[in-house]
Design a binder for this molecule. Structure first.
Ligand code: NAP
Length: 482
């Protein structure tokens, strides 16, 4: 299949925090890839901004080293790399002070799309947004991109939204959840709403339950102190898993318009029922000899922050009543995998002999690794041994089916181009973020008030035993993490 690249309009993109980790690892390599495939118009400009005083040439050399490290294949094409670096300039700006704003304003052109990417601590979002406004740099149609975390709870999320909306309108704000930029996540919408096959089955009459798993093999080494202030519920469930749940459960929007899609997602979040403590399992990895435990990595020998959480979530609406969604995410698990499993109900009457170990029909949507879709079906076991059944999978790994075109574009590449195009579909709206916190807050405060300690689990396992029991007690079982 031939890849189509549709160039975007000319733009000035200012990256605040251009010397930081995220800009170096994701944003600039993402832009470099888009440049290399020809999506960036000749008069696109990228302006790095950070606190450090630095000459433009020095910044470009820093970026050359960065791209050589984080986009090694492309960087060997010196002419491509030089062409990209020629688009980059630098200005030293202090988010909270006066330094650099006039110079930044002078660098920006009229008549092109103007976007500001705040790749800095959320504590600086309000000041940056206000300064962009106060110095006349933000125009009514310029775009503001912000990175998670969008608050720590409902109150802080509201405060952050208020800060941003003080200087920018909601239609200008692009809240990045990079999960939404993944090919398979977007494919969820295509799968559901561009095919007539699934939608008639996509409800509690036919779906027994849904499992959403985001498992990581790594622990919190290196960022334990940061992670310890959030935990799996805040770091993953409230945002990433919630987005996956919304896209799986939402009603078809009336049209593919950012607000039409986001309205339907908000309705799902608002339909979530409160989760009783009995349906929440928290875990913390503990090494048997105590050397590689979560608490060592977090630097707090008494930490009760969860590195794993599993929940049974009920959606109180017409489509999903009676079909639970089981969510789980954790660190130091058996494998790195993210998937959505839609488990269909058994046929109402089985005419065949009972099949040992039958798991039933499932649609498995894999986000990583090997993005793709698997359909588990039951067939007759081949051979003359009578009418015995077997389960087989119909597999579609995007890389096999689509070849080069499916080669993982980083989510950031797509999302930044969507910002330039002015398409907010894959970005979280302020009310969506607040609704997700309104659901998560009582869950978190419930275990905090009860002072519940997370259950220990072995690194390399599937999480605590209790998480297995969460499904066993309902006569179900998790799909293996592999
Ligand atoms: P970082 O490595 O600490 O970089 C922070 C950047 O902010 C630096 O470029 C720094 O410039 C700049 N900065 C700090 N104070 C400033 C000020 N007063 N005025 C102007 N610039 C200032 O942070 P990061 O890891 O890239 O994270 C950036 C944002 O992305 C955060 O909101 C984070 O939560 C979010 N995020 C990061 C990741 C990730 O993988 N890193 C993933 C998801 C979300 P100097 O170097 O010149 O001081």
């Amino acid at each position: 299949m031939v890849s189509r690249v549709i160039p975007v309009d000319p733009f000035d993109l200012v990256i605040f925090g251009a010397t930081g980790d995220l800009a170096r690892r994701k944003i600039l390599p993402g832009l470099f890839h888009r440049f290399a495939v020809g999506q960036m118009p000749a008069d696109a400009r990228i302006i790095g901004a950070a606190r450090s005083a630095m000459a433009e040439d020095a910044f470009r050399e820093q970026m050359r080293a960065t791209l050589t490290e984080f986009a090694p294949d492309l960087s060997t094409q010196t002419d491509v790399l030089d062409g990209f670096l020629a688009k980059i300039s630098y200005v030293c700006v202090d988010a909270t002070g006066e330094q650099g704003w006039t110079e930044l304003g002078e660098k920006l052109r009229n008549g092109v799309t103007r976007a500001f990417y705040l790749s800095v601590s959320p504590a600086l979002f309000g000041a940056l947004a206000a300064n962009l406004n106060a110095h006349g740099i933000a125009t009514p149609d310029s775009r503001l991109v912000v990175e998670k975390p969008f608050g720590h709870d409902l109150a802080s999320a509201k405060a952050l939204n208020a800060d941003l909306r003080h200087s920018f309108e909601e239609h200008q704000i692009y809240r990045i959840d990079h999960y939404l930029g993944k090919e398979t996540v977007q494919n969820l919408m295509a799968l559901r709403f561009a095919n007539s096959l699934w939608e008639p089955l996509w409800n509690s009459t036919h779906v027994d339950h849904v499992q959403i798993t985001v498992a990581e093999r790594l622990g919190v080494e290196g960022r334990g102190e940061y992670y310890d202030r959030s935990g799996a519920m805040r770091d993953m469930v409230q945002n990433h898993l919630m987005q996956l749940l919304c896209l799986t459960a939402m009603e078809p929007p009336s049209r593919l318009h950012p607000n039409a899609v986001r309205d339907e997602k908000v309705k799902v979040i608002e339909a979530l029922e409160p989760v009783p403590q009995a349906d929440i399992i928290r875990g913390q990895y503990r090494d048997r000899d105590g050397s590689g435990s979560y608490r060592d990595h977090a630097g707090d020998a008494k930490s009760n922050t969860e590195s794993f959480v599993a929940l049974k979530v009920n959606i109180g609406n017409w489509r999903w009543a009676g079909t639970p969604f089981y969510l789980r995410t954790g660190k130091k698990l058996r494998a790195r995998t993210s998937e959505i499993v839609v488990m269909f109900r058994d046929p109402p009457h089985m005419i065949f002999p009972k099949m040992e170990g039958r798991r039933g029909n499932a649609l498995i949507i894999r986000l990583q690794p090997d993005e793709g879709i698997t359909l588990r079906t039951t067939i007759k076991e081949p051979g003359p041994g009578g009418m015995r059944l077997a389960e087989v999978t119909l597999d579609m790994t995007f890389a096999d089916a689509l070849g080069e075109q499916a080669q993982a574009q980083d989510a950031y590449e797509r999302l930044i181009m969507d910002v330039i195009r002015g398409d907010q579909t894959l970005f979280m709206r302020g009310d969506e973020v607040e609704a997700a916190w309104a659901w998560a807050d009582p869950i978190i405060s419930g275990w905090e008030e009860a002072r519940l300690a997370p259950a220990p689990y072995d690194p390399g396992s599937s999480g605590p035993e209790d998480a297995l029991m969460l499904l066993h007690r309902d006569g179900r079982r998790w799909r293996e993490i592999d």
